[in-house]
Design a protein around this ligand. Structure first.
Ligand code: 5AD
Ligand code: SF4
Length: 481
């Protein structure tokens, strides 16, 4: 765990230590001195805008970077422009990349107004050589570029940039060590994500993640448990265990451990009230894990289980290692153990070669499983992945029509499911004052659905019983009991 006293002991009068995390503590302290001088020159504190695209893993990485920048002396702002603008990028679909270039165009003009502004890009998109080359050539005003494997080096990279006053680009092709004990920061004081593993070994044929996040690596269980115990002592009641494929947790450890075993250990932590996890792969969802989910009272009644396609033929081309029937069987087994469990999923429409019959298989699974909600994506061709080389790309207008049909089916089922729950009284973790209407507070059910209720902001961070009084399709109105 991050220990302020250990950081204090690092002597910045000497050479930088070789060992992590002391090396980063050293550069954090060096940057802090620079930031104090810079703030004094400006006559105001320095500000930072951290903007995150993509998944929960990126959100977690951003929290870690924010904590380092806060220590250095940057005050976080919601504004898009600040003394330091950091974009944590995503590259799962092409439009995420296009969004970044759009924003860089805007920042170029802003930097003309404030030449001491620093612009940094990190995350998945920066693991792609072509993109880094493009930034180097066409966006020379970007000061810092780094990838997914060296975010823990933020302070060192920033210090190098300050010293040289030139762009610093440092992207690693592979992960080295897992560095523990850097400072942390949370968006909400009462809930947060905890990384349990990094990378992915699955190589689904459409997906770029294994190329940009590298091979699967699990954190030691003791490090994870110690981090969670520390978070609970600091007021956290809900955690989300994070990894690209949490169901294969522990395979890379010297002393092997399964995800089910880890879950049972986390469940024992006193004071912790809710456990979530993301993302599961159907091929690794074992019966032991289903048993653990049922036994562990703190595990939420919700599973996100990406389907991607309901056609066994397409699933094979996607390299998913399960069939339509196998997936439906898993869902049955889960529901036998936990009858009320909510299921959510990810679905891709328009994978190369997808026919009308294949698409109807997807609709059929959606109707059989009855997901609470689903994230639907139009297939995006990612260069370097096997699917990008498959011919038979589906015409855009066909994809668009299928996408709309899928969305309608999902929305209809979601609305039916939420309507069925109206009248029930359920435990809700109150999270924030409603952004549209300050007389309302907003919370989440165990299954992750959202409810708005009138109530005091003193309830924020607490789990309270709420009667669901009205369904609004994909969220509820409720009354605190
Ligand atoms: N095109 C469209 N969607 C994709 N996903 C991953 N790669 C692609 C792609 N090339 C989706 C998958 C995954 C989610 C995080 O993003 O559904 O589960
Ligand atoms: Fe991508 Fe498949 Fe790994 Fe998920 S499991 S990150 S979809 S390769």
């Amino acid at each position: 765990m991050f220990d302020y006293k250990r950081l204090e002991l690092v002597d910045i009068g000497k050479e930088a230590p070789e060992k992590e995390p002391e090396r980063q503590y050293y550069f954090m302290k060096k940057c802090k001195i620079w930031a104090e001088e810079e703030a004094a020159r400006n006559g105001r504190p320095l500000t930072v805008s951290v903007q995150t695209l993509g998944c929960q893993m990126n959100a977690k990485d951003s929290e870690k970077m924010s904590a380092v920048l806060e220590y250095i002396g940057y005050q976080e702002t919601e504004e898009p422009v600040a003394d330091f603008v950091l974009y944590n990028t995503c590259t799962v679909r092409e439009n995420a990349n296009l969004k970044i270039y759009g924003r860089l165009g805007y920042l170029k003009n802003q930097k003309k107004k404030n030449p001491s502004m620093k612009i940094a890009l990190c995350g998945c998109m920066m693991q792609e050589e072509d993109e880094v080359e493009n930034v180097r050539k066409s966006y020379p005003f970007v000061d810092l570029v780094f990838g997914t494997h060296n975010i823990y080096k933020l302070a060192e990279l920033l210090y190098t940039q300050i010293q040289s006053d030139r762009p610093v680009m440092d992207v690693w092709q592979e992960a080295k060590e897992i560095v523990e004990d850097l400072p942390g920061k949370r968006k909400y004081p009462f809930k947060t994500g905890v990384n349990i593993m990094f990378g992915c070994n699955n190589f689904c044929s459409y997906c770029i993640v294994p190329y940009v996040r590298g091979r699967e690596r699990s954190r030691e269980p003791e490090d994870i448990l110690e981090e969670i115990r520390g978070l609970v002592a600091d007021g956290v009641v809900e955690i989300m265990l994070l990894g690209q494929n949490v169901n294969s947790y522990g395979k890379t450890l010297e002393k092997k451990m399964t995800f089910a075993e880890l879950l049972r250990e986390v469940n024992k932590i006193e004071g912790l009230e809710r456990i979530r996890f993301m993302t599961s792969h159907p091929k690794d969802l074992s019966e032991d894990l289903m048993d653990a989910m049922k036994e562990c009272g703190k595990v939420c009644a919700h599973l996100h289980l990406p389907l991607q396609s309901g056609s066994s033929r397409i699933l094979e081309k996607m390299n998913r290692h399960y069939t339509k029937e196998g997936y439906l069987e898993l869902v049955d087994k889960l529901r036998q153990r936990m009858p009320g469990i909510s299921l959510t999923t990810d679905i891709i429409v328009g994978f190369p070669g997808e026919t009308e019959e294949d698409f109807e298989e997807t609709l059929d699974v959606v109707k059989k499983v009855r997901y609470d909600s689903a994230y639907t994506f139009i297939y995006s061709k990612r260069s370097g992945t096997p699917a990008a080389a498959m011919d038979e790309q589906v015409p855009q207008e066909v994809v668009k029509k299928r996408f709309d049909r899928l969305l309608k089916t999902i929305q209809k089922i979601s609305a039916e499911i939420t309507a069925e729950r109206v009248g029930q009284t359920v435990p809700v973790l109150m999270e924030e004052v409603n952004s549209q209407d300050a007389s309302l507070i907003t919370g989440r059910l165990s299954n992750n659905e959202v409810v708005h209720c009138s109530g005091s902001r003193n309830l924020i961070g607490k789990i309270v019983p709420v009667k669901l009084t009205e369904s609004k399709g994909f969220y509820y109105m409720g009354e605190v009991q």
